[in-house]
Design a protein around this ligand. Structure first.
Ligand code: THU
Length: 132
């Protein structure tokens, strides 16, 4: 899929961001293997700030609710940020649960895709539950 399509979906869903506390509106679009239309998510804040859900996690959870644990191919994330927005550490941990180290993350601002990173660039050593 053309990553610019992913960007457009992320930009569109960002309009539905519920972010009255931070004013920081974020949109994310996730490409699911074998599914044409990207699954989108936006940030939803809460008066109890810690209950806030980021756009990227909203997209991952929506994709799993709809399709189960299927391979994800890429994600685009957009906010009014300079030079671009990157997923927070909690979202990277959730992505690492389901995606390979070379999973592409399209980091965008309102003008478009500004940087393509791989999951390993942002989270080189993800936590894994491995008991001795
Ligand atoms: N946020 C996201 O949705 N994704 C990110 O990658 C960074 C942060 C949201 C959480 C909160 O609603 C607002 O942005 C400010 O932190």
């Amino acid at each position: 899929m053309d990553p610019n399509i992913l960007f457009k979906y992320a930009l569109q869903v960002r309009d539905r961001s519920y972010s009255p506390y931070s004013g920081f509106r974020v949109g994310a679009a996730l490409k699911v293997a074998g599914v044409e239309e990207p699954v989108t998510g936006t940030n939803v804040e809460n008066a109890s700030y810690g209950a806030t859900i980021c756009a990227e996690r909203a997209a991952v959870l929506a994709a799993i609710a709809r399709y189960g644990k299927v391979p994800f191919e890429a994600i685009a994330v957009v906010a009014d940020a300079q030079p671009y927005v990157v997923p927070c550490a909690a979202c990277l941990g959730v992505l690492a649960e389901f995606c390979p180290a070379d999973f592409p993350i399209y980091c965008c601002n309102l003008e478009g895709i500004q940087k393509v990173l791989q999951l390993r660039d942002l989270l080189p050593n993800p936590f894994r539950l491995e008991r001795p």
